[in-house]
Design a protein around this ligand. Structure first.
Ligand code: V47
Length: 383
């Protein structure tokens, strides 16, 4: 219980307790330096516990970035490569299948697949890749392609996002990640990723996905050129679409890593900014069930603390992450399940392994690579 409430937070606290919606002005107040972070965190924690109780979610997943070659030149990205750059790569079917095999062998329930928009690859290659993995590993959930990629496929094929997504779902697509959102406001978007899908297109692709019953995530890249106003504006655009469709599962605030990017002279956001952004997101996005503290980019300590500031999910064991590590992330390439569970317990939460759709995963005690979810009737029950 907060004993004394900071004057900035009196009205906001009343609204949060009464489950009323916060406004742009409230968002700016929550972001103001003079509004005590500790109290903002406590309010966010109230909402977090309302949504998710004491659960601290994690999943066992692997990342696949099939190519880093990209037609776009987003200035915040250290991962992309030009076509003829020696750094550029393109994975073969054999390499992709090997990565799928390794994921299944390690007990992964999910593969997170995003990459560059390769100059010489047509939409069929991206579709083929989903079918290839799904046919070989039907139980591995494929969370693939950002809205920016789908929008690129629309450009390549002159077809609608809905028809492309329908085809992807038939091939084995299970859900979509939240990347490519960056900052929606054109004052910033036009400076950091001028040519790629704008806010309207990004949101329209997710709307189409939700209409087809596909769950998706959403993100915000913060800590570069934007102000608090641009962040709050971004959150409200997501909240508006969520009111309409209810298709977002998780929001992931992504802290900018400047190393090796076109914005290398900027400093990384501070741990305090990270925690405040998690908390403000939890409070503003009153209709999104989960807030993810992505340990890869926040660092392990901040991600763990974030579980008391509004976040309920640490993401996964994450094997083979490249986008943040190319931009100077010093976190390990993956965490063991025991380590993730320990981090969650240490912060006073109950570790819950989830699948991509937030169903609890149960593992065999004899062979942890064998798993099932609560409503999974296709496999015998595990002891
Ligand atoms: O869209 C790129 C960001 C995103 C940098 O949906 C950078 O579960 C910081 O979306 N510094 C891709 N961020 C990653 C992403 C994601 C990650 C984890 C989980 C989920 C999910 C989605 O990474 C890009 C961009 O916003 N990014 N470069 C950088 N230098």
């Amino acid at each position: 219980m907060i004993q004394t409430v900071h004057p900035n937070l009196r009205e906001i606290r009343e609204k949060v307790e009464a489950q009323q919606r916060l406004t742009v002005e409230d968002g700016l107040t929550l972001y103001a330096a003079e509004t005590p972070l500790q109290e903002v965190g406590e309010l966010a924690n109230l909402v977090r516990e309302r949504w998710n109780g004491n659960a601290g979610y994690y999943n066992i997943n692997s990342h696949l970035n099939p190519t880093n070659v990209c037609v776009y030149r987003c200035i915040f990205c250290a991962f992309r490569s030009d076509l003829r750059d020696p750094k550029g790569y393109l994975m073969s079917d054999e390499q992709i299948l090997e990565r799928g095999q390794e994921a299944v062998h390690n007990g992964c329930t999910e593969m997170h697949i995003v990459g560059g928009l390769h100059h010489q690859k047509q939409y069929d290659w991206y579709l083929h890749l989903i079918g290839l993995l799904h046919d070989a590993f039907p139980r591995l959930h494929l969370k693939a392609w950002t809205a920016v990629e789908i929008n690129w496929f629309e450009f390549l094929t002159r077809r609608s996002a809905s028809s492309l997504l329908e085809e992807m779902i038939d091939a084995g697509l299970g859900s979509m990640p939240g990347g490519g959102a960056e900052i929606f406001h054109p004052e910033i978007r036009d400076r950091i990723c001028e040519h790629k899908a704008d806010a309207t297109r990004w949101l329209q692709v997710h709307r189409s996905a939700h209409e087809l019953g596909l769950k998706t995530n959403c993100t915000m890249l913060y800590g570069h050129l934007e102000t608090a106003y641009h962040r709050v504006d971004h959150l409200l655009r997501l909240r508006e679409l969520q009111d309409e469709t209810g298709g977002f599962q998780t929001f992931i605030p992504l802290a900018f890593h400047p190393e090796n990017t076109g914005l290398a002279d900027l400093k990384k956001p501070s741990g305090l900014d990270d925690l405040r952004t998690i908390a403000v997101s939890r409070l503003m996005l009153d209709n999104v069930p989960h807030i993810k503290a992505y340990w890869i980019m926040l660092g392990i300590g901040t991600a763990q603390t974030a579980l008391a500031y509004g976040a309920d999910d640490l993401d996964g064991t994450v094997r083979q992450e490249l986008i943040y590590h190319d931009a100077g992330a010093t976190t390990p390439q993956s965490l063991s399940v025991e380590r993730i569970q320990g981090l969650i317990r240490e912060s006073g939460r109950q570790p819950v392994e989830r699948d991509t759709l937030y169903r609890e995963v149960l593992r065999s005690s004899q062979d942890p690579s064998q798993w099932q979810t609560g409503d999974d009737v296709s496999v015998p029950s595990l002891s």
